[in-house]
Design a protein around this ligand. Structure first.
Ligand code: NAD
Length: 488
């Protein structure tokens, strides 16, 4: 792996502390960082290198998945860190930063490969990339790459404007847009489940599949994020990015090769084939919900509107359910349902594939009922793949019952999403990052939904905290003769 300098904007922030330092440290222990590297942390506060290094160490002790700290590993790692105070809007600060970066490159005798990680508020993305360009930081003799976090824009237009500004300083191939769902092992595994198993691949079409259900439910409410979340809602916070990424991974066609270009092209093609949902039809295919008071995990919790920082008449969506159609021959007539919400009774991220029940009539002749076969891919909190089949139940007179073929992975101490993704970016592998084409198509599809919500054309359905969301989400499936599987 190429030696490089990791330039981290937002080095005193929450994400750096909880995710980025622990990720870098675990990569270091796994010998997945280059032999020589330096990390330059940037933040508004004035800090000395030693205090900064102490803060980094503290964050490892608090958040690293490995909790044993060998003093020599720790000091070798920490000694790579330097701190530069920088105001993102001040061009002089970038020139000072360039001096520190170059000095470190000379000290370590490494090429001018620079990884810029923007762990700061998105309104700074364009200023920072412009200044990287103008200061000379981005015109070294090695490679340069940019890692950015969501949210990527607030709607279609703002995303396009942001992309235009970023692309003045970075080529698309140099931009790594993190969607941490793409770092989850079971999301990555969707590709292998379908394409490495002819048995499943053969069934992956509308001849055999009745519908696909993608769920991401959380038990938590808005927590401390009222300011952000009340402007964003489930549609921007979860649906436009994570949920559509899972949809793309589940529905993509077989790539001709397993590389970033081919896989991302197949994913793009899923979104390009999504049937448009004009604003006038949003209410018929999308359910917009908000949690009321209720009981979650045995505890009484307040309604969304009574949460600190949320207005008493907020119309924000804490739940979204949607029915989507992919206009490709393979998926003709197969509805894809997506739902995501806060303050649901159980935390679960999963894909349930319901197969057509062509055995029903045969077994009805003996008055036995078969259940549709299900393939359940649990993405979190546990990683699991289950097939729900029918079989004779010897404990029940040989009647047809459910036979569950279950694979459960114990992934309690495997690399976290941020470790995998940072490692991929350092290697220059963009497979599991969101390409601009995907992001733009996702916003294009979502834009009429945003407008319909904004204009209050979709009724806001209240659901009690601790439930499975509004009843309207059940009706959405019932209209096609289906139901959500595995709700608790
Ligand atoms: P934070 O508020 O904790 O940290 C912000 C950082 O930005 C600090 O280091 C601060 O010094 C720096 N900063 C702010 N204004 C600055 C300025 N004018 N000049 C220089 N530096 C400045 O934020 P965070 O939670 O670490 O989130 C960072 C980014 O990651 C955001 O874009 C957020 O949307 C995104 N994100 C965060 C999480 C998370 O779990 N925290 C998850 C996904 C995405």
């Amino acid at each position: 792996m190429d030696s490089m300098t990791f330039v981290l904007f937002g080095a005193t922030g929450d994400l750096a502390k909880r995710k980025i330092y622990p990720a870098l440290y675990n990569l270091f222990l796994d010998r997945k960082l280059p032999q020589s590297f330096s990390v330059i942390g940037l933040g508004r506060r004035a800090l000395g290198d030693e205090v900064f290094q102490g803060n980094v160490e503290q964050s490892l002790r608090e958040f690293s998945r490995r909790s044993v700290f060998d003093p020599s590993d720790l000091s070798a790692f920490i000694s790579a860190f330097r701190y530069v105070p920088l105001d993102v809007t001040n061009p002089d600060d970038y020139r000072k930063l360039l001096q520190v970066v170059e000095k470190r490159e000379q000290e370590l005798n490494i090429p001018q490969n620079r990884m810029f990680y923007l762990s700061v508020a998105p309104e700074f993305f364009d200023t920072i990339s412009l200044n990287i360009n103008e200061s000379g930081l981005g015109t070294g003799s090695g490679w340069k790459r940019l890692i950015i976090e969501k949210p990527f824009g607030h709607d279609l237009q703002s995303a396009q404007e942001l992309n235009e500004k970023l692309s003045k300083a970075f080529q698309e191939e140099e931009i790594y847009r993190i969607d941490h769902y793409l770092g989850k092992p079971m999301v990555q595994n969707l590709e292998a489940l379908v394409f490495a198993n002819p048995v499943i691949g053969a069934l992956w079409n509308n001849r055999h599949i009745a519908n696909v259900q993608i769920t991401a439910s959380e038990t938590v409410g808005v927590e401390e994020r009222a300011g952000y979340y009340d402007q964003s809602g489930a549609i921007r916070d979860m649906f436009q990015n994570h949920m559509l990424q899972v949809l793309m991974m589940a529905a993509m066609n077989r790539p001709s090769r397993l590389n970033a270009t081919e896989i991302r092209e197949q994913k793009r093609s899923v979104l390009a084939s999504l049937r448009d949902l004009p604003k006038s039809e949003v209410a018929g295919s999308i359910v917009r919900g908000q949690y009321g008071a209720g009981v979650v995990g045995g505890k009484e919790v307040p309604a969304y509107r009574d949460e600190p920082g949320i207005g008493a008449s907020s119309l924000n969506d804490t739940f979204v359910a949607a029915r989507l159609w992919i206009d490709e021959p393979q998926w003709e007539g197969v509805p894809f349902y997506i739902r995501t919400g806060k303050r649901i009774g159980a935390k679960s991220t999963r894909v349930v594939v319901e197969f057509k029940n062509t055995a029903r009539d045969l077994y009805m002749t003996r008055n036995e009922s078969t259940t549709p076969n299900l393939l359940v891919i649990e993405i979190g909190p546990n990683e699991r793949v289950s097939f729900f089949l029918n079989g004779k139940d010897a404990l029940n007179d040989g009647q047809i019952g459910t036979l569950n073929v279950d694979y459960s992975a114990n992934l309690s101490n495997v690399p976290e999403a941020y470790e995998r993704l940072i490692h991929d970016a350092l290697r220059g592998d963009s497979t599991f990052f969101a390409h601009w084409n995907e992001v733009e198509l996702a916003w294009k599809w979502v834009q009429p939904v945003l407008e319909a919500f904004q204009e209050n054309q979709v009724p806001l359905q209240f659901y009690p905290a601790g439930s499975n969301g509004p009843e309207a989400a059940d009706k959405l499936l019932a209209e096609n003769g289906f139901k959500w599987w595995l709700d608790e």
